[in-house]
Design a binder for this molecule. Structure first.
Ligand code: CMC
Length: 435
């Protein structure tokens, strides 16, 4: 990276001022390179939550939170969601360019022919209680994949990284569907190579060996769109976790399992599940009539209640994914004749009220993708507890693309944040009777 601009940091404690290079990205805010700060001043920066810290440079995804813009490798999410399918999007995220027809066919073939998991994998499932949360099962099973592919775990070998990427993208739908089937006590369904990526996932989740499963094209397209919209989102908590785990040289399956664990939280990927639970609860407590009471609770800082599916660390405008998901939501509910669904009506009312309320307007809190994706998934027949698994499945390509980018970077170092220590200073251990 080259720098033409500089920043000077001055101090009030006598430390001589220091100059840092400023780098410009192709778009977005400049960054100040403070890597030499500690060496030159003996001081760290303090930025819990990474509010002002870029942890890496990346060519994959760009978000303009104020404009509400999301680009994968430069392409607007709206164009990708309208003109491409999920596997083309995966190819783009991994390789930097959209595939031509031959590349698309080849990529599809590779992914499709890696969808089966080792038969022994089924025994891992049996170790879980039937009522285990499917995300717990997924964290375990994805991590366990590393025990099956010793042939391709050399992270410094680009071929190994590629095959691991294909395996992860291919096997995630199989594992996610198995996690679901295990919960409901139905037999696991093997993947079918004649179906699309999303059609195959639907059949593995909702089909049974007793009869043919016919994929509904509108619903298949909706599921594919959910996957596209969740495929990557630059350096969020789970992606940063994958990068941090990977920076130690851990294998990709272990890193993705770490990403899945991070995604599980309700402030991140768990939000769509939490959002549906919130809608259910409002519905149970009086529905549309009681939205006012609920909003009052959300605005009361002491209540600890948040409007799930609203707000975002980066978007201070309408989340572009939410707009597309809203459109899909209408399509799916129309196809299934569910427009009068009380939860959908409730969510529309909640959205309208929140968008007009000064609390949300002044804080720039807009609906995020999870506000609608939960409703769409529910309409598709996906149970609430599986929502975050679908998110994890979709995000796997983003994680692996980001992990690959990090490993290929010659300047890559193990991630090691520092701290401001505020605990006890050195003291001596007293004998137990004197404590
Ligand atoms: N409901 C009520 N108040 C909120 C909400 C919300 N959903 N989100 C933020 N606020 C308030 C917050 O209390 C704070 O108010 P004040 O300035 O008076 O203290 C202000 O808005 C700024 O919020 P923040 O907590 O500083 O913002 P953040 O960037 O740290 O948090 C967030 C972002 C996504 C964690 C948060 O908005 C949230 O918890 N939203 C609900 C959960 C959710 O929908 N998460 C999914 C995110 S999209 C999927 C993904 O990419 O993972």
């Amino acid at each position: 990276m080259t720098s033409t601009k500089k920043a000077t940091m001055t101090f009030t404690d006598g430390t001589p001022s220091v100059e840092f290079p400023i780098y410009e990205g192709t778009v977005g805010p400049d960054v100040i390179d403070i890597r030499k700060l500690y060496g030159q001043t003996g001081k760290f920066t303090f930025d819990p939550g990474f509010m002002s810290t870029a942890a890496c440079d990346s060519k994959i995804t760009y978000i303009d939170g104020d404009k509400g813009e999301l680009l994968y490798r430069g392409y607007p999410i709206e164009q990708l969601a309208t003109n491409c399918d999920y596997l083309e999007t995966c190819y783009l995220l991994l390789n930097g360019e959209l595939p031509n027809r031959a590349q698309q066919k080849d990529f599809e073939y590779r992914v499709t022919h890696h969808t089966m998991v080792h038969e022994q994998m089924t025994r891992f499932f049996q170790g879980f209680r039937r009522d285990a949360h499917p995300m717990a099962v997924l964290v375990g099973c994805v991590g366990a994949l590393s025990a099956f592919y010793h042939d391709s775990l050399d992270i410094n070998n680009a071929e190994h990284r590629h095959i691991s990427a294909i395996r992860l993208i291919a096997k995630m739908p199989t594992l996610v569907a198995m996690a679901y089937k295990y919960t409901v006590g139905q037999p696991f369904m093997y993947p079918r190579n004649d179906l699309s990526y999303s059609g195959n996932l639907m059949r593995m989740m909702f089909g049974t060996p007793c009869e043919e499963y016919k994929v509904n094209e509108v619903l298949e397209r909706a599921l594919d769109r959910i996957l596209i919209l969740h495929a990557d989102h630059e350096q969020n908590a789970s992606t940063s976790t994958v990068r941090l785990a990977g920076s130690s040289g851990a294998n990709p399956f272990a890193c993705i399992a770490a990403g899945i664990a991070t995604l599980w939280g309700p402030a991140h990927g768990g939000a769509n599940e939490a959002c549906l639970q919130m809608l259910d609860e409002i519905q149970r407590n009086g529905g549309v009539e009681k939205i006012g009471d609920f909003i009052a609770k959300v605005k009361d800082k002491n209540s600890g209640v948040k409007l799930m599916g609203f707000g975002h660390r980066v978007y201070k405008n309408y989340d572009p994914r939410a707009k597309l998901m809203r459109e899909t939501c209408y399509e799916v509910l129309g196809e299934l004749g569910l427009h009068d669904d009380p939860l959908f009506k409730l969510s529309m009312k909640l959205e309208q009220i929140a968008l007009e309320d000064d609390y949300f307007v002044s804080r720039k809190l807009y609906p995020n993708v999870d506000f609608y994706s939960g409703i769409v998934q529910k309409a598709l027949g996906i149970p609430t507890s599986m929502f975050t698994c679908i998110f994890a499945l979709a995000r796997t390509v983003g994680w692996i693309a980001q992990w690959n980018e990090m490993i290929s970077d010659p300047e890559q170092k193990i991630g090691r944040p520092r701290q401001l220590f505020v605990g006890a200073t050195r003291r001596d251990v007293k004998a137990i009777d004197l404590r």
